[in-house]
Write a protein that binds this ligand. Structure first.
Ligand code: MOS
Length: 742
């Protein structure tokens, strides 16, 4: 039988998804379900003077209404260990626990009614009067400071090696590049939603989340419950991109509303609220300075960044990591600072920090190549980092040079004429650009339970999530190989706190972390089964040695081929209904002795119409080193998704912010633009041969985030190549293109 790992298996949950059988958080049918609608603050800072719920309470269908100053006091126990997905400093919003308004969009009241329409109508009747305070709303006017989460450091927010400033002073060639990237918003098609039901003091939450166990822990702290008294269920997640990593205030609102109404309650966010109820990718401003020898070798890298955060939490992300890890360079200085605004707190969004930092680094490298008169790919090759110089560790695997080769070859890079503006097709300017992609590969401990049932099929369970990357499918493939069963004989279950613990489903860690545990649990199950058959007093395998029995093609088989038996029959002969095994897997010494990362090389062709400033991306080629590819079909799907995300970052996505009022002006999907099919040209994805069994036994490095990194700078560099001028702010919109001409 061929191994399933490496096969382009169709998504095992595909049919359920397209037929509607798959249930998302808001879709569970719960007896007696009531519906919640919330009221949010229209102002960015202030004190609630009056919150009058009486009219809302008298409206048709209303069961309960509560709000700030008129809600039960909740314990909000401090977490001893903050969740790794929470900001490094600050206090999360405590719903309805005080009269302070911290940002426009902050929930201040909730109404529960028999129908969603009645709830929404009643919410519109809530009378709210706020005395405004001075709001901090202007990024450029706010004072950058180190995050309070880094207050213990000697030089907070700064990391360095060598003497970057000195080396910049003596470098024969230098560039200094500024870039700004708009605040962006994750927009999964499935809105955030929670159903909360209390029964005998125990709480069940059906929630859209990338981490069921973190929802349980957080809500246990909010309500002062024991974790065992909470169950969180989340079998399907319709996209998240980081927006469902934290446990946001609306989950507590749903649970509180259900408690007060004494009914199961559903709270589903409207699209408008998705801009303020969860997080977002923070706006950033970055300056990269590079110094190089005249042959292109980097002598100095300086990377200084400022991102936005809220007034109540300091969210930071590692924008400067790429500056320290992507290229070989002895003298590196990086600094990360934040500005606090009256906004909701940002959060990780697909390749958090890294994709932003890669953009600054890779556009600076493009400018350096131009100044040196060097080919951009050659400049990257000559600066190839043989080790991770930031951690001073060897890479567990690295096939980046092969990515450059393969990408350049598939793209036809050699036909690029170096001179900007020199490639044309009629009135259109053609630009070719490229960039390196890099995203660290991490692993965390995970546990998995595997059970072989009487009918010879297996159920494999763990509390991970599948927000779209195909976790159901890839884990099924891993289990199938270890158990020697066809994938149809495996049922993989996830998204329930009753299952063995799994780490957060984010940061591209799921395959390496959970996949390794699936492998361990299925290996344990297989060994247990074979051992029992060998130690049985009778039967085809009784008395055999361990190396004389194997599981293959749905059978237990004697290695000499003399006998084989279906697993269902093996179980029956042993007089067992089922046999189970739970196992964990975690990173070992390799995590201290090696640095692990996924890599890529992205190539873009743009076509610019200079008359109207329109940029179209005709082609994107991505050659990626992601370690072993478990399923090339869903891996490609991940990558084209990431490429389209990068295209959106380059050309479309921006949360438009009213600096006078501190409000999002385009809080809808008509005005927050994402690429549609007509915006996307040809997408070419290749995985270079790679297998990282140092990093984990499956050899996979993870491939969500690496797909998007490098896409925006490849496009921006292509735009520069097309017109000979650089738009320094993303997205590269027609108005910014036209402003270049004057
Ligand atoms: Mo992602 S930001 O790994 O959910």
């Amino acid at each position: 039988m061929k191994t399933m790992i490496g096969q382009p298996l169709d998504r095992v949950d595909g049919r359920d998804k397209v037929t509607g059988k798959a249930r998302y958080a808001a879709e569970f049918r719960i007896d007696g379900l009531a519906h919640a609608a919330w009221v949010t603050s229209p102002v960015a800072a202030g004190r609630i003077e009056q919150l009058d719920l009486s009219t809302a309470r008298a409206a048709p269908g209303v069961i309960a209404a509560i709000g700030s100053g008129d809600a039960p006091v909740l314990p909000y126990r401090e977490r001893e260990e903050p969740a790794p997905v929470d900001p490094e400093w600050g206090t999360p919003l405590r719903v309805f626990q005080d009269d302070k308004v911290r940002f426009a969009g902050q929930p201040v009241a909730v109404v529960v009614a028999e129908t969603p329409q009645q709830a929404r109508h009643a919410a519109s009747l809530v009378k709210l009067r706020i005395t405004p305070d001075q709001a901090h709303t202007v990024f450029d006017r706010a004072e950058p400071r180190p995050s309070h989460g880094k207050d213990d450091d000697d030089n907070p927010g700064v990391e360095s090696r060598g003497d970057a400033e000195g080396a910049l002073g003596t470098s024969p060639v230098t560039v200094e590049c500024f870039s700004a990237i708009a605040r962006e918003q994750q927009h999964p098609i499935e809105p955030h939603a929670t159903i909360a039901r209390w029964q005998d003091g125990k709480l069940t939450l059906w929630d859209k989340t990338q981490w069921v166990s973190n929802v349980r822990t957080e809500i246990a702290h909010v309500f002062g419950l024991e974790e065992e008294d909470i169950r969180v269920v989340s079998p399907f997640v319709g996209g998240a991109f980081g927006s469902a990593l934290r446990t946001w205030p609306h989950v507590a609102v749903a649970a509180l509303a259900a408690k007060v109404a004494d009914r199961p309650v559903r709270l589903e966010l409207e699209r408008r609220s998705m801009f303020t109820a969860t997080g977002f990718r923070p706006r950033s401003q970055q300056t990269v300075r590079l110094g190089a020898e005249s042959d292109g070798r980097l002598m100095a890298i300086s990377h200084d960044v400022v991102t936005q955060t809220s007034r109540y939490e300091d969210y930071t992300e590692s924008l400067t990591e790429p500056a320290r890890t992507t290229y070989a360079c002895a003298n590196v200085w990086t600094r990360e600072r934040v500005v606090s605004l009256n906004t909701n707190t940002p959060c990780p969004m697909r390749a958090p920090g890294i994709v932003t930092g890669v953009h600054a680094m890779e556009t600076a490298m493009d400018e350096l190549a131009e100044k040196l008169g060097m080919d951009p790919v050659d400049l990257r090759r000559i600066n190839h980092a043989e080790r991770n110089e930031d951690d001073d560790l060897p890479w567990s695997s690295k096939e980046l040079l092969a990515c450059y080769d393969t990408g350049a070859e598939r793209f036809g890079w050699s036909s690029r004429s170096p001179e900007p503006g020199s490639m044309r097709d009629g009135d259109q300017r053609i630009g070719y650009g490229m960039a390196t992609s890099i995203y660290h590969a991490k692993r965390s401990s995970a546990s998995v339970g595997a059970v072989l049932l009487a009918n010879g099929t297996a159920v494999v369970r763990t509390a991970t999530s599948d927000m779209g990357p195909g976790t159901y499918t890839s884990m099924t493939q891993v289990a199938a190989d270890v158990l020697g069963l066809p994938p149809e004989a495996i049922t993989f279950e996830l998204g329930d706190t009753r299952y063995p613990q799994a780490p957060v489903h984010g940061g591209s860690i799921t395959m390496a972390s959970v996949g390794s545990a699936v492998r361990a649990a299925c290996q344990g199950l297989a060994e247990k089964l074979m051992k029992a058959a060998r130690e049985a007093s009778s039967g085809a395998f009784a008395g055999l040695d361990a190396d004389q029995v194997e599981l293959r093609e749905g059978y237990m088989t004697r290695s000499d081929g003399e006998a084989r038996q279906r697993l269902a029959d093996v179980l029956r002969d042993m007089g067992q209904d089922q046999i189970a095994c739970e196992a964990s897997a975690e990173p070992g010494e390799e995590s201290e002795n090696y640095a692990s990362s996924a890599f890529g090389a992205i190539f873009a062709e743009v076509r610019v119409d200079p008359a109207v400033g329109r940029v179209r991306v005709a082609r994107l080629v991505g050659a990626y080193d992601v370690g072993r590819v478990i399923n090339p079909k869903i891996a490609r799907s991940q990558c084209i998704g990431g490429m389209v995300g990068g295209l959106g970052m380059a050309l479309f996505e921006q949360v438009e912010w009213d600096e006078r009022l501190g409000r999002v002006m385009n809080a809808n999907l008509a005005e927050y633009l994402v690429p549609v099919c007509a915006d996307v040209g040809e997408l070419d994805v290749t995985f270079v041969p790679s297998d990282d069994t140092i990093f984990n036994p499956l050899g996979a490095k993870g491939l969500a985030e690496v797909a998007i990194c490098g896409v925006a700078p490849a496009i921006a560099n292509a735009v520069y190549h097309a017109i000979g001028q650089r738009v320094r702010e993303l997205p590269i919109t027609p108005d910014r293109m036209l402003a270049m001409r004057s």
